[in-house]
Design a protein around this ligand. Structure first.
Ligand code: PLP
Ligand code: ZN
Length: 380
């Protein structure tokens, strides 16, 4: 492994690598609002050589080709993760006035969402470190992902879901054989319950806000986008934002590629939230705070836990956050289907809705990638 150390996103303190260390021991829990999450750093000089060699060898299309920048000794493909299509969306781009628009189709992952990238790395860590029982809280995608991978890896999955979880989602969880805990409240309550019970029982946490290694899995989507564009980085990458881990991970992935010399600039990150539930847009862009119900269930997060990580990546990339109405997401969801053939969940259509909203801020020449994060259409 090429990990050099872990670093607290809050106080900057460094800690040696430890698979079981989640929050910064110096900050402790670090307060309700911004948990003192650790960030993984690597020996980048060494990783650069190995990473380039690995990419050149092709190493198949498995995420194993990115091993020099992952927190694993070996990469076991529990399920074939990633290697998703970067679809040129010519029709959609033309209609919106963009010459270069791509959709990174993460709905093609084994359990239908980008969450599988985090789970692939997480399950590897659980197996490598002998941790048989794992847990997470989730609006659906992370739980289903964990359930699916755990079934194949022989791990016991404990999943905590909000009370409004759909029948279809429960059905997926049960088919995979997970132990399902339905909370009496929303996602934020399910999250609190999972951390309380999980810690008491000594299970291994797949909650992104605690486990620093999940972002390492999610960042592989940036590695892939860059590779698919022959390491000519796009100008803009867009994704929906709940806790903030996904977009921050995308930012980290591009930053690391720049650091090891594979790309020469990083894209501007644009994160999207629901106008009805916009804690991060409110915090970083000054929009009036709204904490209402939204159809975008995968980003229905009232207390985002990775804001510090996201803040740093937004700053590094000169990025921004925007909000869109549920109605705009529903229109965008239809357009993705009818103009790009892609069935996305409401949450994942938020990015296209945002691009339409921001269209007059662009020249039309920019190279833009929309990360279509998931395809589970049974949102509440
Ligand atoms: C989890 C999820 C997101 C947002 O990810 P965060 O890391 O919570 O910001 C976006 N889209 C889909 C489909 C998701 O499942
Ligand atoms: Zn700290």
């Amino acid at each position: 492994m090429n990990i050099s150390h872990l670093q607290c996103l809050k106080c900057g303190a460094q800690e040696p690598f430890n698979f079981d260390l989640n929050l910064c021991p110096r900050c402790g829990i670090g307060g309700e609002d911004d948990p003192s999450i650790l960030d993984v750093h690597y020996h980048y000089d060494k990783a650069a050589i190995e990473f380039k060699a690995s990419i050149e060898k092709q190493n198949g299309n498995s995420l194993a080709r990115f091993l020099p920048l992952l927190p694993l000794k070996t990469f076991i493909d529990v399920l074939p993760t990633g290697n998703t299509s970067l679809v040129p969306a010519a029709q959609l781009g033309f209609d919106l006035g963009f010459k270069n628009l791509w959709l990174k189709d993460e709905t093609r992952n084994p359990t239908r969402s980008l969450k599988d990238r985090a789970t692939a790395v997480f399950v590897g860590m659980a197996v490598e470190n002998g941790l048989p029982e794992v847990y997470c809280s989730s609006a659906g995608n992370a739980a289903i992902s964990l359930a699916g991978y755990s079934a194949l890896a022989g791990l016991k999955a404990q999943v905590f879901v909000p009370n409004n979880v759909s029948k279809t989602r429960l059905d997926w969880l049960n088919r995979y054989g997970a132990n399902v805990h339905v909370s009496s409240g929303n996602y934020d309550q399910a999250f609190a319950e999972s951390e309380e019970i999980g810690k008491t029982k000594g299970w291994y946490s797949r909650n992104c806000a605690y486990n620093p290694y999940l972002v390492e899995g999610k960042k592989t989507v940036a590695f892939e986008i860059a590779q698919q564009l022959n390491f000519d980085a796009p100008d803009v990458v867009m994704a929906p934002v709940g806790d903030g881990c996904t977009l921050a991970a995308i930012g980290k992935g591009f930053r690391e590629l720049r650091q090891i010399g594979l790309i020469d600039r990083i894209p501007k990150l644009i994160g999207v939230q629901a106008a009805r539930l916009n804690p991060l847009v409110s915090r970083f862009e000054g929009e009036a705070l709204k904490l209402e119900q939204t159809k975008a269930s995968s980003i229905a997060v009232r207390k985002p836990r990775n804001a510090l990580r996201l803040a740093r990546e937004l700053q590094e990339s000169k990025g921004m956050l925007v909000s869109v109405d549920d109605e705009e997401m529903l229109v965008a969801q239809k357009e993705l289907a009818q103009k790009a053939g892609l069935i996305a969940e409401v949450t994942s259509a938020a990015s296209l809705a945002a691009l339409k909203k921001l269209a007059n801020k662009f020249t039309g020449e920019e190279r833009i990638v929309i990360v279509v994060t998931g395809g589970r259409t049974d949102e509440a």
